[in-house]
Design a binder for this molecule. Sequence first.
Ligand SMILES: Nc1ncnc2c1ncn2[C@@H]1O[C@H](COP(=O)(O)OP(=O)(O)OP(=O)(O)O)[C@@H](O)[C@H]1O
Ligand SMILES: [Mg+2]
Length: 397
Amino acid sequence: MSTTIMQVKHLYKIFSTQDNDSKEKEAYTALQEGTSVEEVTKKQQVVVALNDVTLDVEEGKILVIIGLSGSGKSTLIRCLNLLHRPTAGEVLYKGINILDYSHNQMQEFRRTKVAMVFQNFGLMSHRNVLQNVVYGLEVRGIERGQREKQATAMLEMVGLQGWENKDIRSLSGGMKQRVGIARALTNNPEILLMDEAFSVLDPLVRNDLQFELLRIQEKMLKTIIFITHDINEAFKLGDKVAILRDGQLIQVATPEEMLNNPANDYVQRFINNVDTTKVLTVRSITEVPGALVREGVGANLAVKIMGVNGVSSAYVLDSHMHYKGLLPLNAALAVAGGKKSFAEALLDIPCITDPDILISDIVQMSADSVFPLPVIDKDGLFLGIVTKAAVLTSLQK
Ligand SMILES: Nc1ncnc2c1ncn2[C@@H]1O[C@H](COP(=O)(O)OP(=O)(O)OP(=O)(O)O)[C@@H](O)[C@H]1O
Ligand SMILES: [Mg+2]
């Protein structure tokens, strides 16, 4: 069961291009009265950055927000810690509308509940690595020994032990962002907000940090809201992915659901760029084999079953559906002719023992195997087979 930690309800953020707050409200009222966004935008000289967004953020999960440039991603994430004050709607943290927070409550919320990791790192170049990471604790008046202990532990978490005294300017982009993440984590926030945090990094460094983030998340069970332009990054990191378009939420779903049931053409166009083998699991392409035989049936029956189904091998199970091995037609014929025992005829071919691994992880195994690969669960129960054709089709999607 997942718990909702934050929610936005009917959230609107309208920016006045004239820096005129009353325009914001007037535009909102006009929208409520049914005027179209185009008309409101023109008439009131505003930008409707968020248009009636309702979204749940699940505790301890990674929610990725994706959308084209200008779709409202940064505005949405900035409404979660009220760096932007919404024009209308609610932002709930554990059921309480943070728009009603007093100044002190808001300060407490920002210091202890949420932390942000920025695209351009936002580090202070006159401070060294450790001094950057302790900053938040310093502001909170935590005693020096304690704050340095916490900061050192977080630097270790992001793989920067030994770098405490280094000058920020001497670090690569990837290392700077590790410092950014350590700094955000040092306050021990429940929620990490990451706005295109990896976008300026080159692909290899980005890959490392994605992996690192997943590792950290698994260890610390933070709630992470991660913004990206990159659908592959979204599908790699997101437990759920939310797609924004022109300030409206188009679809929120798990990567697999989104891939299988895109809400519309806009979503489809995004996912056309996805490497599906990195999203779909083996389970999704597992199928029932043409020929299944029970251990202990006669070889003649096994040969017949293969013949009827037009295949030249059968998968053999015991009476409790445990997978026992593969019986090739020629071996079955040898058993029938009394040249071999049934047990001797069984081939021990490689098996997929976890149906929830990604297809990308078994491409080579499938290519190397003459036979479709049997898939079993951790108790050895037979779930089906994966054919080369199914693997190749998913590569082409
Ligand atoms: N402070 C502001 N004043 C006026 N308009 C703004 C302001 N901030 C954002 N906007 C507008 O609101 C819309 C949404 O902007 P936002 O920055 O949220 O988009 P985004 O999805 O983060 O885009 P990007 O991928 O380029 O970062 C854009 O049209 C933008 O021009
Ligand atoms: Mg942005």
